[in-house]
Design a binder for this molecule. Structure first.
Ligand SMILES: [Zn+2]
Length: 293
């Protein structure tokens, strides 16, 4: 099958790899009908060291169930499903608490273990707990919006009501937010990208005693602007959004047309055009790129 592999910063290739197949009896294999490029895919795109073997990319998908392991009980071949960016059994103590990203039998997509979703097909471990069957056909007009349930909508939902749009970046953005908040900064800030620069901005716009909730995958081990955060008593907390936990809650609003999160996609590429999609997002020509393999 064809799949996207990143070999280093700026080096994304679409190549022929081994077909996705059932490994564990709890697995499913889906044919990917819609995938996308994530903001968190951009930081290896900027910084990944050159690798001989490369890393399969992609962790958000809608697809059609193609094969099922013997122990999968809730799905049928042909089901149209949304795949959140982390797999989970739906049964352990953390899944019951709604924290599926900490599942005792879980893990993340987009790596050598399970492969990536910017591909023609994807192996899905813990299929019963991970995949959510959608009540629509695979060509439904709502697909872009339904695809956002795999990550960006659930991640954003961890979130906010934005009353003013600040288009400035870096220190200019910090200045603008302080102007809007009487010179002090915001009580609550959401960091949704994970790059050092975005964390510096997020801590910069928080007022003393404020808090930064983060859902972007951090770029490094150490936290940027940690001295600013310390001296301003800024609380930083958060982690990966348990996107699986939010699907049931968010799906009705999408099906009823109340929200159209699919509008976040401002470019669509075929699988062979994925490297161009990375470049467009990296250079901010596109906000978020959808992939139709
Ligand atoms: Zn679990």
């Amino acid at each position: 099958m064809r799949a996207t592999v990143m070999y280093g910063a700026g080096d994304v290739r679409v190549e022929t790899v081994a077909d996705a197949g059932i490994v564990e009896p709890t697995d499913a294999v889906i044919t990917v009908t819609h995938a996308c490029i994530c903001g968190s895919d951009l930081w290896p795109y900027k910084s990944m060291e050159q690798s001989e073997t490369g890393r399969p990319m992609g962790h958000e998908a809608v697809g059609v169930v193609e094969a099922l392991g013997a122990d999968v009980g809730t799905l049928t071949v042909g089901d149209v499903v949304v795949m959140p960016f982390a797999y989970s059994d739906g049964a352990c103590v953390f899944c019951h608490e709604g924290l599926h990203t900490s599942c005792l039998h879980g893990g993340f997509f987009g790596n050598a273990d399970v492969g990536g979703a910017q591909a023609e097909a994807q192996r899905v471990p813990q299929a019963d707990g991970t995949l959510f069957a959608l009540p629509v056909g695979k060509d439904d007009a709502l697909m872009p919006s339904l695809l956002t349930l795999s990550d960006v909508m659930g991640t954003g939902h961890h979130a906010a009501v934005a009353t003013d749009v600040v288009s400035e970046r870096g220190s200019e953005a910090v200045e603008r937010v302080k102007e809007l908040t009487g010179g002090f900064g915001a009580h609550s800030v959401l960091e949704c990208v994970g790059l050092d620069q975005s964390m510096e901005t997020a801590i910069g716009v928080a007022r003393p005693g404020g808090s930064v909730g983060r859902v972007g995958v951090p770029q490094g081990e150490t936290m940027p602007a940690s001295q600013t955060a310390f001296y301003d008593n800024v609380t930083v907390s958060g982690g990966p959004a348990p996107a699986r936990a939010y699907i049931e809650e968010l799906l009705p609003d999408i099906l009823e047309g109340k929200i159209q999160p699919g509008r976040v996609f401002d470019r669509v590429v075929r699988l062979d055009e994925v490297p161009e999609g990375y470049r467009a997002m990296d250079e901010r020509e596109a906000i978020k790129v959808m992939v139709e393999p």
